[in-house]
Design a binder for this molecule. Structure first.
Ligand SMILES: Nc1nc2c(ncn2[C@@H]2O[C@H](COP(=O)(O)OP(=O)(O)OP(=O)(O)O)[C@@H](O)[C@H]2O)c(=O)[nH]1
Ligand SMILES: [Mg+2]
Length: 393
């Protein structure tokens, strides 16, 4: 104790605090202990915060990287995840379509000029790309014309393809109402925009609605979602999870009750609460089942009792892997409901990606959104140029 007192004494003398006694030593020791405790807590708190960041980032992003760093002598593991842009997600999502079909096209035409054999080979590959026989034949005719030009070389082929396919999208894509993609809180609508989402079983309707609702509420919109799939309780629960996450109000009915009644109730709630959007999730149904399709038509008609202009959008969700059958689906849904737009989901799968071209050409209905995965960030507005760039790059 005496040696500690003699250690502290010079400091006391310098401060003019007089003689150091035993009580002072104990007091100082206590202060030192408290200081050390506070430092330990701060360091611990920092690693807690890091852990929280790790989880949120890992959920929302892909391919995280674990990086080790040191804070105040403590080793801390951090998950660093590069932000993936939509363009990169799209390019990655379409990589299989690119490798399996579209990329191969350019490999066929590598020479200086296009001969009939090469044209035939291109035509064959196009038939497997799901763009439909009519479009494939038209493309080959246009290419044959181009080939007469001696300046047309293999390096011009990609530009030709992009131009040809791009023109198919041009007209229909120009007609889309921009409020489907973005909400401006300064320009609120007089009535809720009503979006009815339809499609065959498992196409991705509920997931897409979840992503869409999240996007819109994220921009400040008030969204009401109608769980019109009254056949399965699990379907309603799945939608409820998305709505909870999105901060959207969900209207549900008792299992087995009338789906058109839920749509009506959801729109009524949206109108009364001054919501900006009312999105209706419907039960998946086969386009070949006439009675179920008629039930959908009824659900659409019922909405006009509340608002003559509802629904603003009838969007058909198509699983991109469906291939050629997608055109039949789209034709049937269009005939029954008068589609205003299409949404292609699962473009990250092994789709040939050509069905989109064939349907837009035949029905002149635009593609509104495209899905390339199961996360919220994996849905975005379809832009033909961006899509073709990713497919043909
Ligand atoms: N890889 C991938 N999976 C998707 C995409 N969109 C949806 N899914 C998955 O597809 C499956 C079916 O999606 P749902 O949203 O339940 O489909 P649904 O059309 O509502 O199905 P029903 O209500 O049964 O007709 C789920 O496992 C989704 O996670 C996508 O863009 N990419
Ligand atoms: Mg569903």
């Amino acid at each position: 104790m005496q040696s500690i007192i003699s250690l502290i004494q010079p400091l006391y003398t310098a401060l003019g605090a007089g003689e150091v006694n035993v009580g002072d030593v104990w007091g100082l020791a206590l202060c030192l202990l408290m200081l050390l405790g506070a430092v330990a807590l701060t360091v611990d708190g920092k690693s807690e915060i890091t852990k929280v960041e790790e989880t949120t980032q890992a959920v929302s992003e892909t391919e995280p990287k674990v990086v080790e760093s040191e804070v105040a002598g403590h080793k801390i593991k951090e998950v660093v995840v590069p932000r993936v842009s939509w363009k990169d997600r799209l390019t990655k999502g379409l990589s299989r379509s690119r490798q399996e079909v579209w990329g191969k096209l350019e490999k066929i035409f590598t020479g200086e000029s296009l001969d009939e054999d090469t044209l035939e080979e291109i035509e064959e590959l196009l038939y497997t790309a799901d763009i439909g026989p009519t479009t494939a034949a038209e493309l080959i005719d246009a290419l044959r014309e181009k080939a007469k030009d001696t300046d047309f070389k293999s390096e011009n082929f990609r530009v030709f393809l992009k131009d040809f396919l791009g023109k198919i999208f041009e007209g229909p894509q120009a007609s889309i109402d921009s409020s489907l993609f973005s909400f401006n809180p300064n320009e609120t609508f007089k009535r809720p925009k009503v979006i009815m989402v339809v499609g065959v079983n498992g196409a991705g309707k509920t997931t897409t609605i979840g992503k869409l609702a999240t996007k819109l509420t994220g921009q400040g919109a008030k969204v009401v979602v109608g769980a019109c799939d009254t056949f399965r309780a699990a379907a309603v629960d799945q939608l409820a999870v998305w709505c909870e996450r999105a901060g959207a109000e969900m209207i549900r009915a008792k299992e087995g009750s009338n789906p058109s009644g839920v749509g009506y109730q959801a729109l009524e709630t949206a109108m009364n609460s001054g919501a900006d959007y009312c999105i209706l999730d419907t039960a998946g149904r086969l386009h070949t089942k006439g009675n179920l399709m008629e039930e959908l038509a009824k659900s659409k008609r019922v909405l006009t009792k509340l608002d003559a202009d509802a629904p603003d959008h009838v969007l058909l969700v198509i699983d991109a892997i469906t291939g050629q059958n997608a055109l039949r689906q789209a034709e049937e849904f269009h005939q029954t409901l008068g589609l205003t737009g299409l949404i292609f989901t699962k473009c990250d799968g092994s789709s040939k990606a050509g069905a989109a071209v064939g349907i837009v050409k035949k029905l002149e209905v635009p593609i509104t959104y495209i899905g390339v995965g199961e996360n919220v960030e994996d849905l975005d507005q379809f832009k033909a140029e961006e899509y073709l760039d990713s497919l043909l790059s």
